[in-house]
Design a protein around this ligand. Structure first.
Ligand SMILES: Cc1cc2nc3c(=O)[nH]c(=O)nc-3n(C[C@H](O)[C@H](O)[C@H](O)COP(=O)(O)O)c2cc1C
Length: 213
């Protein structure tokens, strides 16, 4: 089957995209509201985008709650403060991550609701989530307003936290120890990163040698 994107409603395109682009990494984004109350929510329209400058991107939908507010708390807090933390999601914190996705009203500290704890950041006022094995302190780099109150947020990574014991002096990171998860199709499917394989890159010469009978 094939589809012209213009013939599909946003809901149907969403269904097709999230069922075909997977697994997607999950950013558990911590922010602070204007009163200084911490907020966290997961986002899988997310990836790193560049290393110089170190940028990551997050796609945030409009608010579907019936509270009259156009934006999700995360989008509003990022727009107001210009700072946020992306906390990566390991298998151990999948359940708290799902609790953070519950549509709590503004002002509820989702981090505490989920039984997670915060740790101070080094360069920004927004705290990171202590239970996450990797956190990136970010300053907003750009916000692009899209239809349906969506926002495409890019953040410049100012500071990286990687849990002690998961990285060595040569910057090799222990992928098994990280035990990150990804989001799959549908609303509730995830995958681990435990089933790994290697496919080494080749030079032209190595490829040609390999082709010879
Ligand atoms: C694994 C997962 C990934 C999600 N990814 C996104 C996403 O990429 N964009 C989005 O707008 N909402 C996404 N959501 C939904 C938000 O997390 C949810 O709307 C949350 O309540 C927003 O919270 P906030 O209002 O505190 O920002 C995702 C939910 C889950 C469970």
């Amino acid at each position: 089957m094939d589809f012209a994107a213009a013939d599909l409603s946003p809901d149907r395109i969403y269904k097709l995209l999230v069922s075909t682009v997977m697994p997607r990494p999950i950013a558990l984004v911590s922010t602070l509201n204007a009163d200084g109350i911490a907020n966290a929510a997961p986002f899988s329209f997310f990836n790193v985008f560049s290393n110089a400058p170190p940028l990551l991107v997050i796609g945030i939908e409009g608010n579907k709650r019936e509270d009259g507010r156009p934006y999700k708390d995360t989008a509003r807090n990022i727009a107001e403060r210009g700072e946020f933390v992306v906390n990566m999601v390991s298998h151990a914190i999948v359940e708290p991550m799902v609790i953070c996705a519950i549509d709590f009203p503004d002002g509820v500290n989702e981090i505490a609701e989920a039984g997670l704890t915060t740790a101070p950041s080094k360069q920004i006022s927004v705290p990171r989530i202590a239970e996450s094995p990797v956190s990136f302190e970010c300053r907003t780099f750009s916000i692009t307003d899209l239809p349906y109150n969506r926002k495409l947020v890019s953040g410049e990574i100012l500071h990286l936290h990687i849990r002690d014991g998961l990285i060595d002096d040569k910057l090799h990171v222990d992928a098994a120890g990280l035990d990150l998860v990804g989001r799959m199709h549908g609303a509730a499917w995830y995958t681990t990163t435990r089933d790994r394989f290697e496919a080494p890159l080749m030079t032209v010469a190595e490829w040609r040698t390999k082709q010879k009978p």
